[in-house]
Design a protein around this ligand. Structure first.
Ligand SMILES: Cc1cc2nc3c(=O)[nH]c(=O)nc-3n(C[C@H](O)[C@H](O)[C@H](O)COP(=O)(O)OP(=O)(O)OC[C@H]3O[C@@H](n4cnc5c(N)ncnc54)[C@H](O)[C@@H]3O)c2cc1C
Length: 299
């Protein structure tokens, strides 16, 4: 990364919110659920599945968590009535994890029960390291009861290979990604190639354990490694899927679909788009150009 790009990353929090909103709009479906449904309809028509994420995190008021639960319950009805190929992803700090773990677990349980009623599935996104233990605990408590929950592992975390050991022998469904939060070296691998290497090791382990795996990456090196592992483990097409973020590398998305792999796009929507957008901009290699164009009103 150039010195200039690094400088932009450091000063990113000072960029006006409306500029962030403009340059990050490619990553977010919109503020309203209808906008997300339109995108999902188009994705489904192109052969891709979707996972719908209501934006928001770190809520400190029970009423906000309760409103998020209501919104998710509404989503399942609409997904069903519109006939969409779409599940949901949830962030536990939106559902009250930082208020009270039992309150959050109840909220996740309500969402899982509503999803099960429609034959749908709920992915527990993984947030920063302060939430990892509680997220895994809630997953392990609720999955045996509902059977339609999935977990996420981050290959930058030193603990990940050990956490995979704790998965149930049957019926587990895990997303594997690199991880996006800023973590200390004591918790997370820091080298770019080290994180890749741990991704491959974790993917191999998940496949060996018979876990249905969501391979969440846009890194061509890892897509290539994943395809080798799929062949080596003789995985049928219905035992894994690739996953990508809305607004990132549509060309690679098309290539994977054309090769006949299942592929799911993560579609976030909602009013609380700022924190998510900042994370996407931080990892965008062209962030400096985007910010300058956005600041100059060139979008
Ligand atoms: C479906 C899905 C779900 C995720 N869920 C979580 C989660 O629960 N917890 C979590 O911590 N992280 C999550 N992530 C984010 C993930 O951890 C990475 O931060 C992100 O995917 C970038 O890593 P990468 O593997 O694509 O590799 P990178 O090396 O970051 O990217 C590879 C290439 O992809 C392109 N690219 C990547 N990101 C962008 C971008 N924002 N804008 C433009 N181009 C880009 C670039 O060409 C880049 O060179 C998720 C990612 C995906 C795809």
């Amino acid at each position: 990364m150039s010195l200039f790009s690094r400088l932009v990353l450091i000063t990113l929090p000072l960029v006006p919110k409306f500029v962030v909103g403009r340059v990050a709009s490619r990553y977010v479906a919109g503020e309203r659920r209808e906008e997300a449904f339109e995108i999902i309809q188009r994705l489904n028509a192109s052969g891709a599945m979707a996972t719908l994420d209501l934006l928001g995190e770190e809520v400190t008021e029970r009423s906000k968590a309760a409103a998020a639960v209501d919104e998710y319950l509404r989503l399942f009805e609409e997904i069903e009535s519109r006939g969409l190929d779409c599940n949901v992803s949830i962030k536990l700090t939106l559902l009250g994890l930082e208020i009270d773990e039992a309150f959050c677990r109840d909220n996740v349980g309500r969402i899982a029960a509503a999803a099960a009623g429609q034959g749908n599935f709920v992915r527990l996104d993984m947030e920063d390291r302060t939430t990892t233990d509680a997220t895994l605990r809630i997953y392990h408590e609720l999955q045996p009861r509902h059977g339609n929950l999935g977990v996420v592992f981050q290959s930058y975390m030193r603990r990940t290979l050990g956490d995979i050991d704790g998965l149930p022998a049957e019926g587990a469904n895990a997303r594997l990604c690199k991880g996006i939060y800023i973590e200390p070296r004591t918790a997370a691998w820091k080298g770019f190639d080290t994180v890749r290497r741990n991704f491959v090791a974790a993917l191999d382990k998940l496949m060996r354990q018979g876990v249905y795996v969501g391979i969440a990456t846009h890194d061509e090196y890892l897509v290539c490694a994943a395809r080798e592992l799929i062949d080596r483990h003789r995985l049928a097409r219905d035992r894994y899927e690739f996953q990508m973020l809305l607004g990132v590398d549509e060309e690679l998305r098309g290539i994977l679909l054309a090769e006949g792999h299942k592929l799911r796009v993560y579609v976030p929507y909602g009013r609380d788009w700022y924190a998510y957008s900042m994370r996407r901009l931080r990892e965008n290699p062209e962030v400096a150009r985007h910010i300058i164009r956005g600041t100059l009103g060139l979008g």
